[in-house]
Write a protein that binds this ligand. Structure first.
Ligand SMILES: Nc1ncnc2c1ncn2[C@@H]1O[C@H](COP(=O)(O)OP(=O)(O)OP(=O)(O)O)[C@@H](O)[C@H]1O
Ligand SMILES: [Mg+2]
Length: 222
């Protein structure tokens, strides 16, 4: 629920579902249907007025301030529409940042370089983050989202700011990383067709969740 009094908006209503570890899930639906609200709640960036969210057995709706930041940093990886890299830092430093916040460990740099190789940017690691292209920046954001080996990677319109060819590359990269790492991904997208076959599609319509994306097959999840 957003707002107060007469201005109240019920962005999501009675949404219930569970996602298995390693699942690659798309969240689709028209503009204003509640997709980002849902993702922000899973990502602890927003909290539901009612209801509960469990991640890895933790009821995240009972966490308080410091616990929320720590949980978010350790268990969740984020990829946004705009890569949100820190432009004063190098590509490598951007990827290492979430690990440093979580508490440094010796293998951090090795892990970051491995991810850089996986996203095809090992030769760019010392460049400043404002000296690379939009598609490259989004590949860095994917590596950054994976550096803490999160339980879930959450992405809101990760291809929303890219041309169609670059989108295709980013989509394939996320799919291959998901498979290689058995990494759970939950991705909000308007770009359904680029993703091709995925484990699961959830459609949000008027704040309610439906399994699948074919209107004839859509079944409400509750
Ligand atoms: N901070 C807010 N305050 C008040 N209302 C909000 C707020 N954020 C979202 N809403 C409302 O909640 C509903 C769902 O919004 P949400 O951003 O989740 O949609 P969306 O599916 O992500 O849309 P889009 O595809 O355009 O990004 C909309 O009616 C929106 O106007
Ligand atoms: Mg949105």
């Amino acid at each position: 629920m957003y707002g107060e009094g007469d201005n109240q908006v019920k962005a999501l209503d009675n949404v219930t579902f569970s996602i298995k570890q390693g699942e690659f899930v798309l969240i689709v639906g028209s503009s204003g249907s509640g997709k980002s609200t849902l993702l922000n709640m899973i990502g602890l960036l927003d909290s539901p007025t009612n209801g509960q969210i469990f991640i890895d057995g933790t009821n995240t709706t009972t966490l308080i301030d410091d616990e929320i930041s720590s949980f978010r940093n350790k268990k969740l990886g984020f990829i946004f529409q705009f890569s949100n890299l820190l432009t004063d830092l190098s590509v490598l430093e951007n990827i290492l940042l979430p690990r440093q916040i979580a508490g440094t460990d010796g293998a951090a740099e090795k892990d970051a370089i491995e991810l850089l190789k996986a996203v095809g940017l090992e030769d760019q690691m010392d460049k400043r983050a404002n000296k690379i292209s939009g598609g490259q920046a989004q590949r860095v954001a994917i590596a950054r989202g994976l550096i803490n080996k999160p339980s879930i990677v959450l992405a809101d319109e990760p291809t929303g700011n890219l041309d169609s060819v670059t989108s295709e590359t980013i989509v394939q990269l996320m799919k291959s990383m998901a498979k290689k790492l058995n990494q759970t991904f939950i991705i909000v997208t308007h770009d359904r067709q680029h993703f091709g076959e995925v484990d699961r599609v959830i459609t949000i319509k008027d704040g309610k969740a439906f399994e699948g994306d074919q209107p004839s097959e859509m079944e409400i999840i509750a």
